[in-house]
Design a protein around this ligand. Structure first.
Ligand SMILES: [Zn+2]
Length: 155
């Protein structure tokens, strides 16, 4: 996942080297170059199911969201199967970019990262909405001009 422009200055200058080291040189529970949670290998296009199972081409078996051997999908599951390319990212467990201590970093695939960061993104989304409303109060008058549809703010 690309680094957002507003948080780029928070990362150390050698972040690309640190990221590469974590993703491809440090052996996680499933080995180097694999997601530390589910074991999906970087760069491969895999068959995946909505419940997190994925097909391990090397061992010719299905694995669950924790990388353990799982049951093969039935016909209903197989209809919801899709292909995805796995991209590993070096992630901060505490969502704090300057904290690059080895214990705080992990190599996760996009699925595991999304699941791990869900609550953090919810909090950030709420802050963004509150910030927009405050800007409306300060500079544009009432925020009645903002229309809320579901959880999205549309001007
Ligand atoms: Zn994963």
């Amino acid at each position: 996942m690309p680094i957002r422009r507003e948080t780029r200055r928070l990362y150390p200058i050698d972040w690309p080297l640190i990221s590469k080291h974590i993703r491809f040189e440090v052996a996680g529970p499933h080995g180097a170059g694999r997601c530390w949670k589910c074991g999906r290998p970087h760069g491969q296009e895999l068959r995946v199911l909505p419940d997190g199972r994925w097909f391990d081409v090397e061992l010719h078996t299905w694995r669950d969201a924790r990388g353990k051997e799982a049951a093969w999908p039935d016909m209903v599951d197989a209809c919801r199967m899709r292909k995805t390319r796995v991209i590993l990212a070096a992630c901060h467990r505490d969502h704090d970019p300057p904290n690059v201590k080895p214990k705080n970093l992990a190599a996760w695939c996009q699925r595991c990262r999304t699941l791990n960061d869900r609550e953090h993104h919810r909090r950030q989304f709420r802050l963004t909405i509150l910030q927009r409303r405050a800007m409306g109060d300060l500079f544009e008058g009432s925020y009645r001009r903002y229309h809320y549809f579901g959880s999205f703010c549309v001007r």
